[in-house]
Design a protein around this ligand. Structure first.
Ligand SMILES: [Zn+2]
Length: 390
């Protein structure tokens, strides 16, 4: 099929082809070029025209938790019924795909649900985004996330941690997730434990993500050498430079903090009570203040949302991009964070995350021109997933 719009945004942070179209065949991008050229090259190929629209790579959400039900009012119903949980998770992933997010990296989920959905999607039972899984997260006893039943396992000491990594690999994890800070609290795991975790991931051939927000937890996580730092709320310029040097990417998850802050503010206004926002409001402010300076260090930035917006009608990745632009980077740079950068960090940069000949055909068509107005990312006209138009 040929998709024709007003322009193609390649996803590499610079290339915009005005008047270009894309030919998709067999799950791959066969060609990108002027519509007339493609018509000549591929006569009789069915065409889909989107006047006034832009074609870009499908978005990548590098921080989701498939099947996190813990915030739900009737959480017990999900805890007691894995089938209900699976249907809930599948429905949420389906909506994620419809919002133009064609790849997600799950960074801890309960009951092996990410692996199960991935398998179901590969068998064709459900149409969902491409899923990269981490299985259960790993934290110290009583550490961040420990109470997320089934989604995070508590481990202490080098060998328990190495064993947990091996168990996740055995159970099908593509990545490993470690959690080592909560709120303002310093580092939870000891340096030797973090080192063991990162080392075991390398030994087992798995990339690793670490939840770290403040001060010491960031220094220690950088020293251990994980592949991505999740949140990194109070990251300093020096730390970001070190991350760049060591090839560690940053998933800021701005939208998670701003969403929670706004929701709490709304609740406060409605109740007339003065609510303590804790570190959340401050965290949101820190992102607004520091994001541009940190981005400018050259550290690889990717988009992650935590998928906190259960009820939101639009994609949080698009909203994450909107914040990034609001805080100082260009729309093309934000799109690169949400496409090519994510693919590169996943180790798939050679075939995912760009609109280029030979690449996997995961595409998003949006009304308008996101290069001029990033909010256009939320105006989804069409989604192509694994070469098929939804
Ligand atoms: Zn998370």
């Amino acid at each position: 099929m040929i998709l024709a719009a007003d322009r193609v945004i390649a996803g590499d942070g610079k290339t915009v082809l005005e008047g270009a179209a894309v030919c998709v065949r067999g799950g791959r991008i066969e060609a990108v070029g002027p519509l007339e050229t493609l018509r000549g090259q591929f006569p009789g190929e069915p065409e889909h025209a989107y006047p006034g629209a832009s074609i870009l790579p499908g978005l990548i959400d590098m921080h989701v938790h498939i099947g996190y039900y813990y915030e739900k009012e009737d959480a017990a119903a999900y805890r007691e019924n894995p089938m209900l949980l699976a249907l809930f998770a599948a429905d949420k992933m389906k909506k994620t795909l419809q919002a133009g997010v064609t790849t997600v990296r799950d960074v801890s989920s309960p009951l092996g649900i990410a692996q199960t959905l991935k398998k179901a999607e590969q068998k064709g039972y459900v149409r969902l985004p491409r899923i990269v899984t981490s299985g259960q997260g790993i934290c110290m006893t009583g550490g961040h996330g420990w109470s997320m039943t089934g989604a995070v396992c508590e481990c202490d000491g080098e060998w328990e941690i190495r064993k947990a990594v091996r168990r996740q690999v055995r159970d099908g994890a593509d990545w490993i997730k470690v959690l080592t800070s909560e709120g303002y609290r310093g580092c939870e795991l000891a340096q030797s434990e973090l080192d063991a975790a990162a080392d075991e991931c390398r030994r087992m051939g798995r990339r690793s993500a670490v939840h770290a927000g403040y001060g010491a937890s960031l220094d220690m996580a950088i020293q251990a050498g994980f592949d991505t730092i999740e949140h990194g709320t109070a990251l300093t310029r020096e730390q970001a430079l070190l991350m760049k040097e060591k090839g560690i990417a940053w998933t800021p998850t701005i939208v998670a903090f701003t969403y929670i802050r706004d929701k709490m503010a709304q609740q406060a206004a409605q109740s007339g009570l003065e609510l303590d926002f804790g570190y959340i409001a401050e965290a949101a402010d820190i992102y607004a203040r520091n994001f541009k300076e940190l981005y400018d260090t050259g550290v690889t930035v990717v988009t992650g949302t935590d998928q906190v917006m259960d009820d939101a009608p639009t994609s949080p990745v698009a909203r994450e991009c909107r914040y990034m632009v609001e805080y100082g980077i260009s729309p093309l740079q934000a799109i690169e964070c949400a496409t090519a950068n994510g693919a590169a960090v996943l180790g798939m940069g050679h075939e995912l995350g760009q609109v280029r000949e030979g690449y996997l055909a995961d595409l998003l068509v949006v009304a308008g021109n996101p290069v001029q107005d990033i909010a256009a990312l939320e105006q989804v006209r069409a989604v192509v997933s694994k070469g098929e138009l939804l």
